[in-house]
Design a protein around this ligand. Structure first.
Ligand SMILES: [Zn+2]
Length: 97
């Protein structure tokens, strides 16, 4: 889960967004584009990730599975970028001959 999702501000934005999105369902999932039905488990998803310059207010419905998968992918990419095991070292860049 990214930092901003853990902040109280996002919780209130997401709660309001749910209220706005619910009457519009079924609507296309922001992740996969298939319809999200009110009877399905769904989350408020970002149309464009904040880390890529998206806005907190640019949201739409997302299947829960799609949203968790997208967040997981991004979280993993961030975590891996911090982990030196996933970063090239000087040794990797130096030809070994
Ligand atoms: Zn989806």
């Amino acid at each position: 889960m990214s930092q901003h999702h853990q902040q109280a501000k996002w919780s209130s934005v997401a709660a309001k967004a749910r209220g706005r999105i619910l009457p519009l369902l079924p609507a296309p999932c922001v992740e996969c584009g298939r319809p999200v039905y009110p009877s399905q488990k769904w989350d408020v998803g970002h149309r464009s990730p904040l880390s890529l310059g998206g806005s907190v207010l640019d949201y739409g419905p997302s299947h829960r599975a799609c949203n968790r998968k997208a967040g997981g992918r991004m979280g993993a990419a961030k975590t891996n970028a911090r982990d030196p095991r996933f970063r090239p070292t000087d040794e990797d860049r130096t030809p070994q001959w």
